[in-house]
Design a protein around this ligand. Structure first.
Ligand code: SAM
Length: 215
């Protein structure tokens, strides 16, 4: 029998729920690379033939992510706006609000681990406006069967408001095309919680930047 995970490990739940839908050769997006744990998870899950695009606005975060990938034996390339030149892991030193400048193909998994860089400047937090600006095109590009996982940290200034903003747009996704899950530790109100949106049916009309009929 496998050891039970502590119920409070919200990031582990996010990985588990994305691992169910992300297969080798598929495309994934990390909106906040940070220390690279999520990027590495996506890279391992999508394999050598898969594509992972990870954003961060801080060089310190991208350096930590690059080092984590290097230690895991996974190579990466800097991302530039436009089409990604083939499979691989791409790191974008850019705001995720500029996602529309990067052509990713249909996405199978998206993660956004909000808040600030652990061990970094706690004032450089994700902001509701840019987070929502990234989630909108990510949702349009999501393949049917794909999932978006957002880890919300309500404990820092602005974190609770940002969580409410994401929960607001996820809550308005049409139930004919989307399933939305909220996973929280009910007896610890200020610890992280998880929002997951799963695209269950193609949306009509297709999003403007949907790369193919699979979105
Ligand atoms: C909680 S950390 C991410 C943790 C990370 N996913 C990991 O696995 O270690 C949040 C990150 O979001 C980044 N960030 C903040 N605003 C951003 C933006 N507009 N675009 C991209 N990244 C941003 C911060 O620099 C920080 O590194």
């Amino acid at each position: 029998m496998s050891a039970a995970k502590p119920l409070t490990r919200i990031v582990a739940w996010s990985h588990e729920l994305l691992a169910e839908v992300l297969e080798p050769g598929q495309a994934a997006l990390d909106l906040t690379a940070g220390n690279g744990h999520d990027t590495l998870f996506l890279a391992r899950q999508s394999g050598a033939g898969g594509t992972v695009l990870a954003f961060d606005v801080q060089e310190q975060a991208l350096a930590a992510t690059a080092e984590r990938l290097r230690l895991a034996g996974i190579s990466w390339r800097p991302a530039a706006p436009g089409p990604l030149p083939g499979a691989g892991v791409y790191l974008a030193h850019d705001s995720h609000a500029h996602l529309e400048r990067y052509q990713t193909g249909a996405l199978r998994a998206v993660i956004a681990n909000l808040g600030y860089l652990p061990g970094g400047d706690p004032t450089r937090v994700t902001q509701p406006a840019t987070t929502l600006a990234a989630l909108a095109p990510a949702a349009r590009r999501l393949a049917v069967g794909g999932r978006i996982a957002v880890v919300v940290y309500p404990g820092h200034p602005g974190g609770a408001e940002e969580g409410r903003a994401v929960a607001g747009i996820f809550g308005r996704l049409p139930s004919a095309h989307w399933q939305v899950l909220r996973l929280e530790v009910a007896n610890h109100p200020r610890v992280p919680y998880l929002l997951v949106a799963a695209k269950s049916r193609a949306e009509a009309p297709l999003g403007a930047d949907c790369p193919d009929s699979n979105c």
